[in-house]
Design a protein around this ligand. Structure first.
Ligand SMILES: *[C@@H]1O[C@H](CO)[C@@H](O)[C@H](O)[C@H]1NC(C)=O
Ligand SMILES: *[C@@H]1O[C@H](CO)[C@@H](O)[C@H](O)[C@H]1NC(C)=O
Ligand SMILES: *[C@@H]1O[C@H](CO)[C@@H](O)[C@H](O)[C@H]1NC(C)=O
Length: 477
């Protein structure tokens, strides 16, 4: 009798357990989607190639933390950036629209914003996902790179600043990391400008010399004023060329917290630690949620700022070291979520703004990313290597672990996806090119809603990806 009672009890508790497990599985997905809104953590690497990541097939660079995200979440294999360079790709990411629609493209070769001090940037009437989620009560933060402009008319109107585009906290570089931030490294701007200034000083010095000689030999008539002016211009060009490096570092390589400049020029060796500290304090401050945090890494753009701990660790030189450090930063950030008990209430997304830079070389060394089997790289809009990037989403208990999706998706899809998860409305007064990713991620839809994805280079259409509706068939022309 006693025995029977026991086994009955045992059976009943087994049944209760099974039922509760079964019940728990389904409603947990429903609860998270309908009721509480998730925190959103967006991680974007700079210039990272799809072939540099372990879970996308690299077997020599170690990226265990990104790989872990993929194992615990969904991995997109046809994830496409709207542009193959930073400024337009990031504009599209934040607005869910092709950069052609917001005017964030050029047709004259200047494909990204060239200086912090220029008056261009993301137009004030564009709506970022941060703006919508902020209006829905989210704490919104951006830590890292912006590269979408700063001021319009004066040096403190902040019309393009992240705080004017829906972020209520900003810490990082309003501009972009670049080789010129570390004198003596690969130079994007300095070398070209120095060359022009040197040509100027040579030509003007020659002019001054010829005029003087001409006057002294009475072969040329002309005033001494002309000679003096030429000499002054020559001297000015020479001096500016000499100070060009320092000038660029001062003008572009600095850190801000909200509207205040905190370090100018910034000390590159400290930046990684400062960014991580800022991420951790943002998460702790906002752990009651919901929050949206966009961590926009300065890694793995040149000059590949890498701390001592990671130098010489990878088999792929400084580029590999820098990529492994970026992965370690991802791990540190995920650990912060774990420690704060936020892992299951946070949707994490990882991507790169576009493909790796094949042209980045330092001496004979590879200095930019690797795009695996895909042809082309950063700056090459029509080719796959310039625009196909990693795309990973993790939300434990809601999104399946370890799912692979081979349908075409875009970085612009993040816009409607996070807006809807946060309880916001996608704007109806303008065209939004992104599509909600959730049905694909959850497996309630088998096919991408994109029938066409356009591959632009500047404002010119270079290729189009056609994906036949309701089939898995795609073709690029
Ligand atoms: C891994 O990445 C490195 C650095 O970009 C690259 O040189 C190497 O070819 C990659 N390996 C594979 C198998 O893709
Ligand atoms: C923003 O303003 C510009 C210039 O007035 C205009 O051309 C553009 O259509 C506006 N964009 C939106 C989304 O309203
Ligand atoms: C988080 O979600 C996972 C997957 O559903 C589950 O196994 C785990 O127990 C959850 N952790 C917490 C703390 O709820």
């Amino acid at each position: 009798m006693l025995h029977l009672e026991h086994s009955c009890l045992f059976f009943r508790s087994w049944l209760a357990l099974t039922v509760s497990v079964l019940l728990d599985l389904k409603p947990s997905a429903c609860r998270s989607l309908s009721g509480s809104r998730p925190n959103i953590l967006l991680l974007m690497a700079d210039d990272l190639g799809i072939g540099d990541v372990g879970c996308y097939g690299n077997d020599t660079i170690r990226t265990p933390n990104v790989d872990r995200l993929a194992a615990d979440g969904v991995m997109l294999t046809q994830h496409i950036a709207a542009a193959s360079v930073c400024t337009p790709s990031r504009a599209a990411f934040l607005t869910g629209r092709y950069p052609l629609r917001s005017g964030m493209v050029s047709s004259n070769g200047y494909r990204v914003l060239q200086w912090t001090g220029v008056s261009g940037g993301l137009p004030p009437n564009e709506t970022t996902f941060a703006k919508i989620l902020k209006d829905k009560g989210y704490a919104t933060g951006l830590i890292g790179k912006w590269h979408l402009g700063l001021n319009c008319e004066s040096s403190d109107d902040y019309c393009h600043h992240p705080l004017s585009h829906g972020f209520d906290h900003f810490y990082g570089m309003p501009f972009s990391m670049m080789g010129d931030c570390e004198p003596g490294e690969v130079s994007e701007k300095r070398a070209g400008l120095e060359h022009k200034l040197n040509v100027c000083s040579h030509v003007m010095a020659l002019a001054a010399f010829t005029l003087t000689a001409g006057k002294l030999t009475r072969l040329v008539a002309g005033s001494w004023t002309l000679v003096i002016c030429s000499a002054i211009v020559a001297l000015l060009c020479l001096t500016t060329s000499h100070f060009m490096g320092a000038l660029i570092v001062h003008a572009d390589c600095f850190l801000m917290r909200n509207h205040a400049i905190t370090e100018q020029p910034m000390s590159l060796q400290r930046t990684t630690a400062l960014m991580l500290k800022e991420v951790s304090s943002f998460v702790k401050r906002n752990k009651q949620g919901p929050f949206l945090l966009f961590v926009s890494f300065l890694h793995v753009h040149t000059p590949l700022i890498t701390t001592e701990n990671f130098r010489g660790r990878s088999p792929h030189g400084l580029y590999g070291d820098n990529t492994e450090e970026m992965d370690w930063m991802v791990g540190q950030i995920l650990d912060t979520l774990d420690t704060e008990g936020l892992t299951n209430s946070t949707l994490v997304y990882f991507t790169s703004d576009h493909g790796g830079s094949l042209e980045a070389q330092f001496g004979n060394h590879q200095y930019g990313g690797w795009n695996g089997i895909y042809k082309g790289g950063k700056g090459m809009g029509g080719w796959e290597g310039g625009i196909r990037v990693p795309g990973i989403l993790r939300w434990p208990g809601v999104l399946p672990a370890g799912r692979l999706i081979h349908e075409p998706t875009s970085l612009m899809d993040v816009f409607p996806t996070v807006v809807q998860l946060g309880g916001g409305q996608v704007p109806h007064d303008r065209v939004i090119d992104g599509r909600d990713l959730l049905p694909l991620l959850l497996g309630t839809a088998q096919h991408s809603e994109h029938e066409f994805l356009m591959h632009y280079c500047e404002s010119f259409l270079h290729a189009a990806r056609w994906h036949q509706r309701n089939t898995g068939f795609s073709i690029i022309v």
